[in-house]
Design a protein around this ligand. Sequence first.
Ligand code: NI
Length: 175
Amino acid sequence: MKRPILIHPDPRLKKVCAEVPDLSDDLRKLADDMLETMYDAPGIGLAAPQIGVLDRLIVLDCAKTDKGEDARPLVMFNPRVLAGSDETNVYEEGCLSIPEQYAEVTRPKVVDVEWLDRDGNLQTETFDGLWATCVQHEIDHLDGKLFIDYLKPLKRQLITRKMVKLKKERARERL
Ligand code: NI
């Protein structure tokens, strides 16, 4: 089932999310809903707080399917960055909670990440390039951090004002 995506500013996007203590069918269903919502958007990553659920859960798939790569949906419960490279990468980032706004963000190029998969198995993997950027962006969401928090205050305020306006317009359309 597709879920509505929260748009910034929203207090739920600023919260530190809680660790998932035990996996359950409800949580697996939630992960499936998030993947469906992410692919439909379309996007390459989604964090639970973006649909208003304050659990440490993210989904992502950065496979370049338009270039013949197989889809690779990843579900990560309690994801954690174990280590990041000194070498950095700059990507023009966007966010499904901040539609049509993009800005360059610098992050470690390579990260080691640990998480529980949808079967409850502990996984670790080294991510590089777009996958590394995406997984860091999504884990940030679980700590109430958005990519615009890396920007200069003026630029951040400009984007936030645009989002306030967008939300007003959308609310008006629903009347
Ligand atoms: Ni995002």
